[in-house]
Design a protein around this ligand. Structure first.
Ligand code: PEP
Ligand code: MN
Length: 368
C-alpha cells in the first residue's frame, strides 16, 4: 500500500509552522470547566507547548471509574482555543465522538491504544474522517503488534487524511514492572522504517505511570529522533480523577522541557565525514560477522551429518551449557553484557539446531 510518502509532518499541520520538537500537553481527562481552563492557562505560558490535550470520553479498562465528562467538555475546550490560542486534541473512539468533535471544531483527534487494537473501530472512525480530514494521532495498540499499528495508520491514510502522526505509549506488561507500559523502542524504530515520512511522538506519561520516570523516557525518545512528546499535565495532579501519579504540574512540565536535549536527526557536513568513517568501520565489522556466521553454519551442517549417521541426538545439553558458560566468560572479559551474549548465543543455537534438523531429515529421506 502506498501511504508512506503522503504524510504531512506534524510541525506543518497548522498555519504557523511549529518548531520541533512538537509538545502536546494537558490533563488525562477534562474534569471540570475550571480545571480545564486553569490547566490550559498555565500550560499556554510554556513556550514549547502548542497543542492542549484532554480526554473527554475515557476508555477505562474496567467499569466503575471516571469515564469522562462527555460532550459538555467540548465547550470547555472551545474556551481554551479562544482564551489561550492553543490547538486542542481529544481522544475519539466511535463515529459519534468524531462527529461531535468535528461539530465543536476540535483541531486534532487521537486514537487511543485500546481503539487502535480494534480494526473495526478504526475503520469506522476513518469513514467519518473522510470529509473533515482533521489531523489524527494514532497511539500504538496495547499489545506489541506492529502490524496492528501499521494497519490503523493505513486505514486512516486510505480515506485521504495526510496529517497523521504515531504516538508510542508503550505496551501492556502482563507482569508487574517498574514502568506502567513497556517501551518497546524497537517497534517504534520499525514503524519509522516502514513510514519514513510519518511523524512519531512519544507519550512518556503512559509509559512511565509515575512522574519520576518521565524525564528519562522523554530523553530516550529524543535520542531516538522522535519528533515530539505528548504529556499529561494537571493543575492539581493529586486531585485528578484519572492517572494521578503520572501527571505533572504545569511548573514541573516547564522545568522538564528546559532540561531535555532535542537531537537533530540530520547530520551537517562537518559531522558527516566523521560519521562516514565510523560507519565504514561498522560496515566492515558487520560483514566479517556475517562471514563468520556462515562459516559456523557450514561446520554445524557437517556435524549434523555425523550425528545423523551415528544416530546421535541433535541437542547435546551438556555441550550447550558449556558453550554458554565459556562464551559468557569470554565475552565478559571483552566488556560485553551477559544478557546480550546469551541472547545472541540462543539465536545462533536455535538456527544451528534448525540446520542440523534439516540435514537429519534429508538423510532419512523425509520431507519437513
Ligand atoms: C490517554 O491518553 O489518556 C489514554 C487513555 O491513553 P492510552 O490510550 O495510551 O491508554
Ligand atoms: Mn491518561
Amino acid at each position: 500500500m502506498e501511504t508512506s510518502n503522503n504524510f504531512i509532518p506534524i510541525n506543518n499541520w497548522f498555519d504557523n509552522e511549529i518548531k520541533n520538537p512538537v509538545i502536546i500537553a494537558g490533563p488525562c481527562s477534562a474534569e471540570t470547566e475550571l480545571q480545564v481552563l486553569n490547566t490550559a492557562e498555565a500550560i499556554s505560558k510554556i513556550p514549547n507547548v502548542k497543542i492542549f490535550r484532554a480526554g473527554v470520553w475515557k476508555p477505562r479498562t474496567r467499569p466503575g471509574s471516571f469515564e469522562g465528562a462527555g460532550k459538555k467538555a467540548l465547550k470547555w475546550l472551545q474556551k481554551v482555543q479562544q482564551i489561550t490560542k492553543l490547538k486542542v486534541a481529544v481522544e475519539v473512539a466511535t463515529q459519534q465522538h468524531v462527529k461531535e468533535c468535528i461539530d465543536a471544531g476540535i483541531d486534532v483527534f487521537w486514537i487511543g491504544a485500546r481503539t487502535t487494537s480494534n480494526p473495526f473501530s478504526v475503520q469506522q472512525i476513518a469513514e467519518v474522517l473522510k470529509d473533515s480530514k482533521t489531523p489524527v494521532l494514532i497511539k500504538n495498540p496495547i499489545n506489541p503488534d506492529i502490524d496492528l499499528w501499521t494497519g490503523a495508520i493505513e486505514r486512516i491514510a486510505q480515506v485521504g487524511v495526510k496529517k497523521i502522526a504515531a504516538v508510542h505509549r508503550g505496551f501492556y506488561p502482563f507482569e508487574k514492572t517498574t514502568l506502567r507500559n513497556i517501551p518497546k523502542w524497537e517497534i517504534a524504530i520499525e514503524l519509522m522504517t516502514r513510514f519514513p515520512k510519518l511523524s512519531i511522538l512519544c507519550d512518556p506519561s503512559h509509559i512511565s505511570g509515575n512522574t519520576k520516570y518521565i524525564k528519562e523516557i522523554s530523553q530516550k525518545a529524543f535520542d531516538l529522533t522522535f519528533d515530539g512528546l505528548m504529556l499529561e499535565s494537571h493543575i492539581c495532579p493529586k486531585e485528578a480523577f484519572s492517572d494521578k501519579k503520572q501527571q505533572l504540574l504545569p511548573s514541573e512540565l516547564k522545568v522538564l522541557l528546559d532540561l531535555l536535549q532535542f537531537r537533530q536527526s540530520n547530520l551537517n557536513n562537518g559531522l558527516l565525514d566523521i560519521f562516514e568513517s565510523f560507519r565504514s568501520k561498522i560496515d566492515s565489522i558487520d560483514f566479517q560477522l556475517l562471514e563468520l556466521l556462515s562459516q559456523r553454519m557450514k561446520v554445524v551442517e557437517d556435524i549434523g551429518g555425523y550425528k545423523s549417521h551415528n544416530n546421535i541426538s541433535i541437542l547435546q545439553l551438556r555441550r550447550w551449557k558449556q558453550i554458554i558458560e565459556t562464551r559468557v566468560d569470554y565475552g565478559n572479559k571483552l566488556g560485553l553484557d551477559n544478557i546480550f551474549i546469551k541472547q545472541i548465543l540462543q539465536l545462533i543455537h536455535d538456527e544451528s539446531i534448525k540446520k542440523q534438523t534439516e540435514v537429519v531429515y534429508k538423510n532419512n529421506n523425509k520431507k519437513i
